[in-house]
Design a protein. Structure first.
Length: 320
């Protein structure tokens, strides 16, 4: 029997490519000289796609694959995929939840401490041979500070647990309050920002959250406020953030994600009081292997047993 044909859109870790090649006939476009030529010859036979964040899966792109059954994303965030449209075509979308939660939460806490205590800048100071002059005492501290989490989901909750362990008071904003936590809930992001000292975004991207962190929210956070983003860059109006950092509307920011990755505005790079990471929150070998295995498992389970492991909410399994 012939193996199902799978399109591979991104340069994944070896574990993913090896796992896919064992089970499927794979067509790679991430390294193709002419992607259009590859797509023209194989799109009609493609039944599954292994994707990352490089291609937007909008209706036009999805419709190029008439036999498509499943889109398996590498990552828990899938704002790159129009999952509502995929549902109308009976295509299952899968992501990689849970296996990265603890790693991302560790990174979020690390980024928050780095930002409040200027650890990147003080290391640059040492490397520049300046130890003879004491590094200036930091204005920022987490002592006695309140953490406001925008997006208290799997990752947000793991961050909250860690924040409690370092004695921060935690509150949050989601669209709806959660019944299984005792943290203070704010029905609006503006009220959360006014209440907290550190505003941390662990929310998904997509149209519902685009630019939700704007000049008004940053102004509500205030001149002693710190903004941390581990969620998605699209949630922030990056121009408004740059302005707020320039004019002291907020004190500082720690960013793992950006609006137009991999581009990082020069204005941010030129600022010494912000901490900038290249979207590495889940990027340990351990966690990326677990994500990759789950992506492969979703495709294999679908074609062997007709049952995805981790379908997203828009394309539940069994189908409604
Ligand atoms: P999750 O469990 O689905 O949590 C998302 C939370 O955001 C939920 O509590 C949800 O609550 C809230 N939310 C969603 N839309 C909202 C809106 N419009 N307004 C207010 N709250 C909203 O997802 P997760 O596993 O924690 O992952 C969260 C996100 O982290 C991912 O989508 C991804 O973008 C990002 N991420 C980044 C990295 C990185 O490398 N930096 C790594 C992994 C994940 P309600 O539904 O009640 O509103
Ligand atoms: C990955 C992420 O860096 O899971 C997510 O949503 O943003 C990260 O874990 C990304 O998916 C790999 O490109």
């Amino acid at each position: 029997m012939s193996m199902p044909e799978i399109l591979v859109t991104d340069p994944f870790i070896a574990l993913v490519h090896d796992g896919l090649r064992r089970a499927f006939t794979t067509h790679d476009i991430w390294n193709a000289d002419d992607v259009e030529t590859v797509l023209a010859s194989v799109a009609g036979n493609i039944r599954g796609i292994a994707c990352g964040h490089t291609i937007p899966f909008n209706p036009d792109f999805i419709d190029r694959f008439p036999k498509l059954e499943i889109i398996a994303n590498f990552g828990v965030g899938y704002d790159n995929i129009d999952a509502d449209y995929a549902a109308t075509r009976n295509i299952v979308v899968t992501n990689t939840p849970d296996v990265l939660t603890e790693e991302v939460a560790d990174t979020a806490i690390g980024l928050m401490i780095m930002t409040a205590r200027e650890l990147s800048a003080s290391e640059r100071w040492l490397r520049a041979g300046n130890w003879d002059d004491n590094y200036p005492l930091t204005r920022g501290t987490l002592r006695g500070k309140k953490l406001g989490i925008f997006g208290l989901g799997r990752i947000g909750k793991a961050i909250a647990q860690r924040a409690e362990a370092i004695n921060m008071e935690v509150s949050y904003h989601n669209r709806d309050p959660m019944s299984d936590v005792s943290y203070c809930y704010f029905a609006t992001l503006a009220d959360l920002a006014s209440h907290c000292d550190v505003l941390l975004c662990a929310a998904p991207g997509g149209p519902a959250t685009r630019h939700i962190i704007n000049a008004d929210i940053l102004s509500a956070l205030g001149p002693d406020g710190i903004f941390i983003n581990i969620g998605r860059g699209s949630t922030v109006d990056e121009s408004a953030l740059i302005e707020a950092l320039r004019d002291g509307t907020i004190m500082s920011a720690g960013l793992d994600v950006f609006e137009f990755e991999p581009q990082v505005p020069q204005a941010l790079i030129d600022m010494d009081h912000v901490v900038l990471l290249p979207h590495v929150a889940s990027a340990s070998q351990h966690t990326r292997d677990a994500m990759g295995q789950l992506q492969v498992d979703n495709l294999v389970q679908w074609f062997e047993r007709g049952k995805p492991v981790t379908p997203v909410a828009e394309t539940p399994w069994p189908r409604r």
